[in-house]
Design a protein around this ligand. Structure first.
Ligand SMILES: C[C@H](O)[C@@H](O)[C@@H](O)C(=O)COP(=O)(O)O
Length: 211
């Protein structure tokens, strides 16, 4: 499969997993020095390789005749500038977005959240596609592989499309968990010491590295 086909397949999976409805999200993947991104206004459930646009690292489309890249291009390029990520997924997933309409931070109630780096910050609200939104998301992502976006959605990055997508799914699961736990009573969060112990235990077991 070409890089374009892989990105389109990941976009369709994001829709199939219920992380987006219609055009509410976008994805990108690095291809050499360039970045492949979904075009703006694409229904991700029907995304094909023709809906993928190649841009240079400064965001200039490689093919001026091609469709416009996603309106969140500044966000995607900013993440690549700040991290060693190879793929970025932005979604309007229901539980993540609900939490991002209420909280300023998703605390660590379940230790699996440490796979995303710790408490998940909620980037301040800014109009979609603006440099302000991209800047807020970039700082919310510091030391994290995922962030929430106030009154908007979520973003996750990884060393592959698969990993970025799994992280967006994990954040969605954690957001739903927080909602359910809060409905039962005050949420008991892990102390910093408990979080540290989890990281040490995972390192000792090489958790997540089958080889
Ligand atoms: C208005 C857009 O839906 C915006 O919310 C953006 O964040 C989004 O998810 C889809 O924009 P594109 O279709 O331009 O990728």
């Amino acid at each position: 499969m070409s890089g374009r086909e892989q990105l389109a397949a990941a976009a369709r999976r994001v829709a199939a997993e219920g992380l987006v409805v219609g055009t509410g999200g976008n994805l990108s993947v690095r291809e050499g020095a360039d970045v492949l991104v979904t075009a703006s206004g694409v229904d991700l459930s029907r995304c094909t390789a023709d809906d993928v646009v190649a841009v240079a690292p400064d965001g200039t489309p490689r093919d001026p005749e091609a469709a416009a890249p996603t309106s969140e291009l500044p966000l995607h390029l900013g993440v690549y500038a700040d991290t060693d990520a190879l793929a970025v997924v932005h979604v309007h997933a229901p539980w993540s977005t609900a939490i991002a309409c209420v909280l300023d931070e998703l605390p660590v109630a379940h230790y699996q959240q440490l796979l995303l780096g710790g408490p998940i910050r909620v980037a301040p609200y800014a109009t979609f596609g603006t440099p302000e939104l991209a800047a807020g998301v970039r700082s919310a992502l510091e030391g994290r592989s995922a962030a929430l976006m106030a009154n908007h959605g979520a973003v996750a990055h990884g060393s592959s499309l698969e990993q970025a997508l799994e992280r967006a799914l994990l954040l969605e699961w954690l957001s739903a968990l927080h909602h359910r736990a809060s409905a039962l009573g005050p949420v008991r969060t892990l102390t910093e010491e408990q979080q540290h112990e989890v990281v040490l235990a995972a390192l000792a077991r090489h958790y997540g590295s089958p080889a």
